[in-house]
Design a protein around this ligand. Structure first.
Ligand SMILES: *Cc1c(COP(=O)(O)O)cnc(C)c1O
Length: 384
């Protein structure tokens, strides 16, 4: 179905629909965000990190958008994602790195499509090297452990690694990378320490492009950009309003309909655990969205009978009352004009009144988690 922004948020359009909520993804803004982020690191290659189904927004759609904005290097986490991405982009002049490295017995898959594993342990390297005598292999990235303590080869092992690789004609390194642990805190010493360690380690592989920046790293300073940057969340509008140096646009909006309006009396309790008790007669809307859709339960009423997080009806705050359940969330409609207090009325969860950062903050989490957990049963509408 094609996207019509004038129609999409009208109830008439919506009511004929089978889905609980409607997740709208603005690919134009995604495109703009890629362009704007690239301009921050204009001397480097700007790749796009599209792991976890493109941060929950649809790997094929977001990857195509980045491709059309000029992106040619992509990072996914799993081999399965590399396959989806490769199928999505017809033109084969792209490079796909698989961050989680080399699953056992997977090398043939890498060879077949030319995917590049990000090698992060001696074990993985060993497997790759053993294979190199048998078949021609795609280039690889080496991940260097500099303080994040996730995947990565220890700097102390690199001299050995380099000599093994040198002895094999068939092994090419196309990227040396590492990952910052504290980039969101520009003043953290970790950033400087990791950068120094990384640059030193990379000297063992002269002339190989280097990469250490995620989105936040981009704003730690130009000396972090090196030859390639790997933004993710910022492309999806996840840092909207936080960074002042670049204009980022919101990419997602999320609405769900009220399926029932009911008037409850003073003293009535609502939801599992009866955590919220009304202290006056109140009009309540039951909204067709729940934690199964990624509206995580921490947005519920806390146990002290206070309102939960705000959702919005027609721009007006409608706080959550009681616990969010799997498929239903209750909101207080007290301040909403009566013409909007009706079955079929769309409730804004994400949109002009609340961006992904705000909602995530209210939920006690980060935009990454909120986005990547957005449910699969929404109607997804792509605006391109
Ligand atoms: C997820 C990820 C990124 C992108 O990080 P953002 O904070 O979303 O910009 C970059 N590099 C690696 C290794 C990652 O895992």
């Amino acid at each position: 179905m094609s996207y019509d922004s004038t129609k999409i948020f009208t109830n008439d359009y919506y009511c004929t629909d089978k889905h609980g909520g409607i997740l709208s993804i603005d690919l134009k803004n995604l495109h703009k965000n890629y362009k704007n982020i690239s301009s921050v690191a204009s001397k480097s290659i700007t790749s796009a990190t599209v792991k976890s189904n493109g941060y929950g927004l649809g790997l094929d759609k977001v990857a195509k958008t980045f491709y059309s904005a000029g992106c040619r290097v992509f990072f996914v986490s799993h081999l399965s994602e590399a396959i989806i991405l490769n199928d999505a982009i017809e033109s084969k002049n792209i490079t796909i790195y698989v961050l989680n490295g080399l699953p056992k017995n997977s090398i043939d898959e890498y060879i077949k499509e030319g995917f590049r594993p990000v090698i992060g342990s001696l074990d993985e390297l060993h497997d790759w090297v053993n294979y190199s005598d048998k078949k021609k292999l795609p280039p690889i990235a080496l991940n260097i452990e500099t303080g994040f303590t996730r995947l990565g080869l220890y700097p102390n092992d690199l001299i050995k690694v380099a000599s093994v690789i040198k002895s094999k004609k068939n092994i090419n390194i196309s990227l040396i990378m590492s990952h910052l642990a504290c980039a969101e805190d520009k003043n953290s010493n970790m950033n400087v320490e990791q950068l120094i360690l990384f640059k030193k380690a990379a000297e063992i592989f002269p002339n190989v492009p280097r990469s250490i920046c995620n989105s936040a790293g981009l704003f730690c300073g130009e000396n972090y950009h090196l030859e390639l940057v790997r933004p993710g969340i910022s492309l999806y509008g996840g840092y909207e309003g936080i960074y002042k140096r670049v204009e980022l646009h919101p990419v997602v909006s999320l609405h769900a309909p009220i399926i029932q309006v009911k008037e409850v009396s003073n003293g009535v309790r609502i939801g599992y655990g009866s955590t919220y008790k009304f202290n006056k007669k109140t009009l309540v809307g039951l909204v067709s969205i729940g934690y199964a859709d990624g509206l995580i339960r921490s947005l519920s009423t806390s146990d002290d009978n206070k309102y939960g997080a705000d959702l919005f009806v027609n721009g007006i705050k409608t706080p959550i009352v009681g616990r969010i359940s799997m498929d239903i969330t209750a909101i207080d409609l007290t301040n909403v004009p009566s013409e909007n207090c009706k079955r079929g009325e769309l409730v804004e969860i994400l949109g002009p009144n609340q961006n992904i950062d705000q909602l995530s903050k209210n939920a006690g989490t980060i935009s990454y988690e909120m986005l990547s957990r957005l449910g699969s049963r929404f109607k997804r509408v792509y605006n391109d």
